[in-house]
Design a protein around this ligand. Structure first.
Ligand code: SF4
Length: 322
């Protein structure tokens, strides 16, 4: 579930580039042994990190599960801050490091714990479902968290007529189109996925002879309407493995296609390229520095950890659905 390391790094990175960064990779590997550390990298990391520095790769849910499974004392989260917080929430005894504290997320940064408390006052008794792309404080105010892969199952697992859903309005609208449960939405969005437009995708399709489109549910509805498959990064990887199309247009963060391409050598990936500036703050250099100096450590108040863990564990019981 968590890895697509079936391809040699040399298949996706030029040999000269690998040779140039090899000393840095050797230093990272030496520090990992010294610190008893693992590097957990999100699918949106650049190929050098994804293929050469990471021990485990995957989407948000896979990285969350890692914290439960690893024997390492230290987890370096090559991703954004909310992912590092989620790893810490799941296993607070481990040291969790984020190489750059400025690696935020427009979804997670667009809502606070007090915003959620205000919504709960406005809709008393209505449970809150929060996407994992939220701060620990927001998770602590939520009944349950979800990922893009299990959002529908999580909403329906509550057995209620309506839920408050935060913070991604587009994921919320996509789920709303598939369930009878009424969704009260927070109007957040991902700054990367909301830049795609249905018109642009439709134009590409006309130019490319009706190429199949697969898209992440953080995209706006007019983009999703152009897709034959909508799902999480993990779901998209599975779709490509199962259907093995000659060509596919993948609508998500740009590095994802580079990383998936290595596991599907017979498929040509076409993608309008939007990069996440937050994810791209993580580099081999700051991963090395993070391991050397043990910075930046994720610290979350104990009461917040406990309440947030309830919401995350409840989601893990629903499990992966894609
Ligand atoms: S791609 Fe979007 S959802 Fe993911 S970290 Fe970047 S801003 Fe957040």
């Amino acid at each position: 579930m968590t890895t697509i390391h079936t391809t040699r790094a040399i298949d996706v990175l030029p040999e000269e580039e690998i040779a140039a960064i090899q000393p840095l990779i050797d230093e990272i590997n030496r520090l990992k042994v010294e610190r008893n550390a693992v590097v957990a990298a999100h699918n949106y990391m650049t190929p050098d990190i994804f293929h050469l520095a990471a021990d485990i790769t995957g989407d948000s849910l896979a990285l969350a599960n890692l914290a439960l499974e690893t024997d390492a004392d230290v987890i370096v989260l090559a991703g954004v801050v909310f992912m590092a917080e989620t790893a810490k929430i799941i296993n607070p005894k481990k040291m969790v490091l984020i190489p750059d504290l400025e690696a935020g997320c427009s979804l997670a940064d667009g809502i606070t714990g007090s915003d959620v408390r205000r919504m709960k006052e406005q809709y008393p008794g209505v449970p809150v479902v929060s996407y994992v792309n939220t701060s620990a404080e927001v998770k602590a105010e939520s009944e349950i968290t979800c990922t893009s892969g299990n959002a529908l199952a999580v909403v329906e697992s509550l057995g209620v007529e309506r839920v408050i859903f935060t913070p991604d309005q587009y994921l919320g609208k996509w789920v709303a189109g598939k369930t009878e449960v009424e969704m009260i939405l927070w109007e957040g969005s991902c700054m990367v996925h909301e830049r795609f437009t249905g018109e642009e995708i439709s134009d590409y399709k006309k130019d490319m002879g009706d190429i199949p489109v697969i898209a992440h549910p953080e995209c706006p509805p007019d983009v999703l309407a152009e897709a034959v498959y909508v799902g999480s990064t993990h779901g998209m990887i599975n779709w490509v493995s199962k259907h093995q199309p000659r060509k596919v247009m993948m609508i998500t963060e740009c590095s994802m296609a580079d990383n998936v391409a290595s596991a599907a050598p017979d498929t040509e990936f076409v993608r309008p390229c939007n990069l996440c500036p937050h994810m791209k703050r993580i580099t081999l250099d700051n991963i090395r520095q993070s391991l050397e100096t043990l910075t930046h450590q994720i610290e979350i108040p104990q009461d917040v950890v406990e309440r947030a863990r309830r919401a995350v564990n409840r989601m893990l019981e629903v499990g992966r659905q894609d």
